[in-house]
Design a protein around this ligand. Structure first.
Ligand code: TXA
Ligand code: MG
Length: 347
């Protein structure tokens, strides 16, 4: 697996060459120590969670946070998620916790749920993109929890991909996206992510209101069982407008085109004919069966991004994806496919 045992020289070598390759640490004691040391020294690491790999750094250090935006080429209006070791340590970063947030955290943390709450002043402005809120998550993957336990500071971690591209679900994906980035010391390799799709982002814009800003690894149905009457915001078109976000109407990261492969991707219904313009091209098609032989939506979610990456590298003129059933994690899958796709009239 990783080259953790040859680590001690990387810091010195990085001073010599800015394009020093990223380390790949195995998730054993040596690898963990290396990753935690890098974080303590103000570097970034590829951080395995149950959803996707994050690009993690000390959330309480503004310079480190700035280097995350720089490495991802992420615009500063798109705020980051802060990861904490436990429910109390996450809530310590919130200035106010609505009752609904407490109930959701009790039920679903640690897990693929992010809660947007009013922030304490210790959170650098840059993390929140100037908003009064901060997005908080307690991840469930044992390796992520162990890193957080050892660092003793919370970790800001967006998905470890360049802005707008497909989120990484394996260590190789992080290397192919970010190798050579001077701020990134290495990636902790814990194998493929169990869940494979990002966390569900939930906010509380007014008393009694619970809003899903991003569909993700925790289904709307599961959330509804704890806090009924959830609203779903899918206002992709007004995105990037921090004023809209400030009013709590939406999440600034809801850009219409996102998660995009380089090959144009077209999203069709399961039995829809291939449109005339596409049928002459070399296309690669995928549907629920390619993502899960048994049609399991959880398995399909776990395979989605790796499948998109593989097909993107296969040299086709276009990719054609078929919508999956709009239930459970199917909603998050359809959301990502829609956002990866070329928007045509009426779609
Ligand atoms: O599963 C995940 O959530 C992964 C892993 C690494 O934890 N992280 C992730 O981060 O997907 P990122 O940065 O790619 O997506 C964060 C999402 C964005 O849609 C962003 O707009 C939203 O969370 N968000 C962050 N802070 C927010 C805030 N204060 N208000 C509303 N939305 C916020
Ligand atoms: Mg992302």
């Amino acid at each position: 697996m990783g080259g953790g045992s040859t680590l001690p020289d990387w810091k010195i070598a990085r001073g010599v060459s800015k394009t020093q390759p990223m380390e790949r640490w195995s998730s054993d004691e040596t690898g963990l120590e290396s990753a935690v040391r890098a974080l303590g020294e103000g570097h970034l690491i590829g951080f395995p969670t149950e959803t996707v790999y994050g690009l993690a750094g000390n959330a309480l250090d503004g310079k480190v946070v700035a280097s995350i935006f720089a490495a991802k080429r992420r615009p500063h209006f798109d705020p980051l998620i802060v990861h904490a070791e436990s429910v109390p340590s996450a809530f310590a970063l919130a200035a106010h916790i609505p009752a609904e947030a407490r109930r959701l955290a009790e039920e679903f943390w640690p897990g693929p749920l992010t809660l947007v709450l009013p922030r304490v002043t210790a959170i650098p402005d840059l993390i929140s993109a100037g908003l009064e809120t901060v997005a908080l998550r307690v991840p469930d993957a044992p390796i992520a929890r162990e890193v957080l336990r050892r660092t003793k500071f919370p970790l800001a971690a967006p998905s470890a991909n360049r802005f707008g591209s497909i989120s990484p679900t394996q260590a190789e994906h992080v290397l192919s996206e970010l190798d050579g980035e001077p701020a990134v010391a290495g990636v902790l390799d814990a194998g493929p992510c169990r869940c494979g799709i990002e966390s569900t982002v939930v906010g509380f814009p007014a008393p009694g209101r619970v809003v899903i800003y991003r569909m993700g690894g925790l289904s709307q149905e599961d959330l509804e069982a704890v806090t009924p009457g959830i609203e779903v915001v899918r206002a992709y078109d007004a995105v990037g407008d921090p004023e809209v976000a400030r009013r709590g109407e939406q999440s600034p990261g809801m850009l219409a085109r996102h998660y995009a492969p380089r090959t144009p991707l077209f999203l069709l219904d399961p039995r829809e004919d291939i449109p005339p313009g596409l049928s002459e091209k070399r296309i690669l098609e995928f549907s629920l069966e390619e993502l899960s032989a048994t049609g399991c939506l959880n398995e399909a979610a776990a395979n989605l991004f790796a499948t998109m990456r593989r097909l993107d590298g296969a040299g086709a003129d276009a990719l054609v994806a078929r919508r999956v059933p709009d239930a459970g994690l199917g909603k998050a899958i359809n959301d990502r496919l829609y956002r990866a796709s070329e928007k045509r009239k009426g779609m």
